[in-house]
Each structure stands twice: as C-alpha cells, then as structure tokens.
Design a protein around this ligand. Structure first.
Ligand SMILES: Cc1ncc(C[n+]2csc(CCOP(=O)(O)OP(=O)(O)O)c2C)c(N)n1
Ligand code: SF4
Ligand SMILES: [Mg+2]
Length: 348
C-alpha cells in the first residue's frame, strides 16, 4: 500500500489513520491449519489496506465452521450470525434498511449449495451490494465432514466412500444468474486472494468469491479434490490480478494486447492479465466457457472470471431514498391521515 505512516510505537497506520488492531477479531476456535483462518487473515489485510472503517461494515453469515469466521475479523464491525442458509435474506434486509453499510457475507459450500441454494440464487439475480464469500472445502466441516454439493465426482471421504453426484459450480451459477463480480481463489494463495478481495471491496453489486479452503480435519486426505495437495497441483491461475485503488496515485504501464484494464465504480482500476488473447472478463459466455473447459480437464481456474462494474445494484434498481431507511424520522416513514384516506378512496 502507498501510505503507511507509523504511530509513535512504530505501528503502521492506514489511510484513515487506524492501526491494524481494530481490523482484527477474536481468537479463532477453528482447527489449526483450517483454510478458513487464512481467509480471515486476508480479509483483515484487505479492509486495513483499503482504509475502510470497521464501523461502516456489516458482517453476515449462516451456519458452519465457515460461518463462525466473522467472529475472527473486524471486531468493531456490526454483525449478524444468521440461520443455516439464510444469510442472503438477512443481508438483503440489512442493506435495504441501511444502504450506507458495506456488507461482507461469509458462507460455506454446504450453507450456500445445499440448504441455502434458494436464497443464494435470488441474491445473485438481484445483484445485492455485498461481498459474498464461499469458504469452499467440499464438505460439511462442522458436522464431521459429509460431502457437500461442491464435492467433485470421484472425490472420496476419509473412510473411502466415493462421491458420485455431480458438483454445483457456484461461479458458473453466479455468472448465469446476474452477479456482477465473480471470482475463485485458493486460501493458500495469499497474494491473489488479497488482490481479489481488495477489488471486490471497490465493486458495487454482488461480488461472489468462491475460495477453495481445505478442511484439514475431514477433507485433506489423498483422494479428496479439496485437499491442500490437490488444490496446489490443480490450481490453473488465470494470470495476475493487479488492483490499483483510487487513492493510490500509481500509473501502470500495460499492454492492452495482454492485459485488460477495468475501471471500477469508485475510481479504482483492475488490471487483469489475459488468459488467452481473446479473453474478455466482461463477456459472460467466455467466462462460462473457461469454467466449463477447466473443469472438464479436472483442473480449477482461479482469478476474476467476470466483472460488470456499471450494472445497477438492487438498491439503485429500487430507487429508494438516499438516507438510510433505518434512521428516517417517523414523520417521513409513516403516511399521514390524508395519504391513508386517499389510498382507501382508491379501493372503494
Ligand atoms: C436448519 C439446520 N439444518 C442443519 C444444520 C446442521 N449443520 C450445521 S453446519 C452444517 C453444514 C456446514 O457446512 P458448510 O456450510 O460447508 O460449512 P463448513 O463447516 O464446511 O465450513 C449443517 C448441515 C443446522 N445447523 N441447521
Ligand atoms: S472441522 Fe474442518 S472446516 Fe471445521 S474448523 Fe476444522 S478444519 Fe476447519
Ligand atoms: Mg464446507
């Protein structure tokens, strides 16, 4: 990051003058080595480096080991640990009540792909302004490692049971449904995950990020396609993700033949190295073809697949007032006698 002045004690300050401490959360109770812990660390880094005040953030989750994660970052933010698979509706309601909040939702592959799939689908098609992260370990970690809907065909449980149901590709689904920023990363790839997270914080609309996040206790053995070893060997990185936030005055020299520059809503710029000369991250079909082709080869692609920075989010589509509904005074939210009388008159 560009400006890191120091406090008297030598601690770095971010662009809004805060130390890293307010960006941290409670001590994790997840297993040592769990991919979810690495993701929390990157979230802390991303919010610190972007200089977003924790008090302006709402953290949301469902149920699962992954959904416990918001307790481990941004201790001063607002939070709502909801019911299994129901975070999208709680998040949508929270954002409608207060459009000024920046929302980050943490879900699991079970929380999203199984019990929560209906809610997930509607959140994506509405382009709700939220950073929606799936901590994807291919299993239900909290309930001792059963297959989840993102488990690949042929992947095995620890006891040798083979999964023979096809997986849901949450990125493919999100693109098809209307999410305006869709990416995949790996909890073990610090640099890529941090860049993607920072870019997602600059986006307005649904930023859906599926992060392969191995469960060291129940799904890290040979035969699992969501283990650390498998992820390292099969991660097909799309090319560098270089995010330049609006507050960093850096001019990047790039070759338009090999790199696509995407202007984000807040004035930041995203430079995406092209996978192929004709790859365009604003082309839905190209993104879906890429996901399909990599999956066919038994690989998984990581990077930002699709971005549509100018698409209206739900709040804009609904054309609600600028001030948060939650704090509007009563005389503005309660219709007067004359308005009620006019409504009654219409139904006579
Ligand atoms: C209504 C309801 N049904 C089932 C459960 C049991 N349950 C708790 S967590 C979970 C799955 C969690 O899997 P995932 O979302 O992938 O999170 P992980 O633990 O793997 O991070 C299930 C089925 C529950 N808590 N509530
Ligand atoms: S059981 Fe698996 S997912 Fe849950 S905390 Fe442990 S390693 Fe992580
Ligand atoms: Mg899981």
């Amino acid at each position: 990051m560009a400006t890191t002045p120091e406090t008297g004690s030598g601690k770095k300050l971010n662009r809004i003058g805060l130390e890293a401490q307010p960006y941290r959360g409670g001590k994790t109770t997840l297993c040592a080595g769990c991919g979810h812990n690495a993701i929390s660390e990157r979230i802390i880094d991303a919010f610190f480096e972007m200089g977003i005040h924790p008090k302006d953030v709402i953290k949301l989750s469902g149920i699962g080991c992954s959904s416990k994660s918001p307790a481990y970052f941004l201790g001063d933010a607002h939070g709502f640990n909801s019911v299994h698979g129901r975070m999208p509706s709680v998040g949508t309601g929270a954002l409608l009540a207060n459009r000024k909040m920046l929302a980050i939702g943490i879900s699991g592959d079970g929380d999203t792909g199984a019990i929560g799939i209906g809610q997930f689908v509607h959140m994506m098609r509405r382009n709700v302004p939220i950073v929606y992260i799936i901590e994807d370990n291919g299993c239900y970690g909290l309930t001792k490692g059963q297959f989840s809907p993102t488990a690949d065909v042929g992947s095995t449980l620890k006891n040798g049971v083979v999964n023979d149901l096809p997986p849901i590709d949450t990125c493919m689904l999100a693109i098809q449904l209307g999410a305006s920023f869709v990416a995949r990363s790996f909890s073990g790839d610090k640099k890529q995950l941090l860049s993607i997270l920072k870019a997602s914080l600059a986006h307005r609309g649904t930023a859906m990020i599926d992060v392969i996040s191995p469960c060291v206790t129940f799904n890290d053995h040979e035969g699992s396609t969501k283990s650390y070893a498998y992820a390292k060997a099969h991660d097909e990185i799309l090319g560098d993700v270089n995010f330049v936030p609006f507050f960093e005055d850096i001019s990047v020299e790039y070759d338009p033949g090999t790199t696509t520059a995407v202007s984000m809503h807040d004035g930041s710029t995203l430079y995406l190295k092209k996978v192929a000369a004709d790859y365009n991250p604003t082309d839905k079909l190209a993104a879906m073809r890429l996901l399909h082709e990599t999956a066919q080869r038994g690989e998984f692609a990581t990077g930002i697949f699709y971005v549509e920075p100018d698409k209206d989010d739900l709040i804009t589509q609904l054309n609600i007032v600028d001030e948060p509904l939650a704090t509007l005074p009563l005389d503005r939210v309660r219709p007067g006698r004359d308005v009620l009388d006019a409504v009654m008159e219409e139904h006579r």
